[in-house]
Design a protein around this ligand. Sequence first.
Ligand SMILES: *Cc1c(COP(=O)(O)O)cnc(C)c1O
Length: 467
Amino acid sequence: MRYLSTRGDPERRGFSDILLEGLAPDGGLYLPERYPQVDAATLARWRGLGYADLAFEILSLFIDDIPPADLRRLVDATYTEAIFGTKAITPLRRLEDGVFIEALSNGPTLAFKDMAMQLLGNLFEYELGRRGEQLNILGATSGDTGSAAEYAMRGKKGVRVFMLSPNGRMSPFQQAQMFSLQDANIHNIAIEGVFDDCQDIVKAVSNDLEFKRRNRIGTVNSINWARLLAQVVYYFAGYFQATKVNGEPLSFAVPSGNFGNICAGHVARSMGLPIRRLVLATNENDVLDEFFRSGRYRVRGAAVETSSPSMDISKASNFERFVFDLLGRDSARTRELFGATLAREGGFTLTPAEFAPAAGFGFVSGRSTHADRLATIRDTWQRFGTMIDTHTADGLKVGREHRDAGVPMVVLETAQPAKFAETIREATGREPERPAALQGLEALPRRFMVMAVDAGTVKRYIEEHLQ
Ligand SMILES: *Cc1c(COP(=O)(O)O)cnc(C)c1O
């Protein structure tokens, strides 16, 4: 399997070549040259598989430059009951007739990013070892991404993580989760500023190409193809749990921000998984909902802060992948829209002819507000005795608006309520339960540095800690 860029770079690359990369050299995103097709016989064979075996089968269709025995070992080491809490890894529970919740949030940081990041940690360690190279991951986080990256990379050979976060601004739970890590290869840097200051520092350091090359600086952001690929697996796993026979249609509702999660659903559907609808749910930051209603993509100046903060985005970094497919893989038009037009006009509008096929890709959308979240969390607790987190509530609310008679809806649970206790208390008057392993988290000793908003200081710190 070879990979191409959405912006037309003629070069084709193997999986291992793009594994450690972010953007393609022409600024585009990587996609496989074609989506492998899964026929009825394959679906029949896969239905009985456990999660790790299923992951191996799916990944093998996209990865041909890692020996199968090695890939199997990496996958088996990743999707275990010890790491993901249950044998099913992404267990499905029935909420009401035809509505299910698939838990993607039973990993170490209680959010769905663990599903991909845990595999990425093992793949990075393997590939860096094979090349005899090192990688220093520099990132900025306001919560979920940073902690998922740190828990995936902790103790991994050849990898160091330098994670910037706004000092005192993450939730107490998130701070405790990240700062209690004692691994020597994890560096928490609390910046005396806001999240944008952290991101600006990462940009400043990354723009210093000489520094970047000399110190082998990389990232693990959501545009990484391997992350997206790992997420394809749970669409299949959810399908097999929610249906009795192959061929039955099923819909998924996906709480969305950067379009990474639902883009994996698009890949699964493109492979032939019988997905009726991909329901995209946004919060008040509704740039994607606007697109799927109108064909107009309008990047916002800044994201609004909401009670489903992991979906607070002003532009969706994976969205270009879908638009490329929607445009029949026209890379010249994709380059024009996401390059010059976006830079000049802050967005673009597809022509009616370009936008019309979107429905054929199964996409529909909706938005949810703070009041909707409170009502959905309260209702789910009162009627079903189930607590759901704020992001999952957005998915459930919008998913219900797009039900088709006789077609089950699987809502992806992207985080556990324990991470967002304040809103859960507001909605239900109760404290969300926390997994036993995380009791007393806030009392653990912490390991982090506080630094001024200054890229030079951060650079010096990185160089001093590479030995
Ligand atoms: C990251 C995240 C999302 C959004 O996922 P995207 O892939 O960015 O669309 C939704 N919910 C939670 C809890 C997250 O951490």
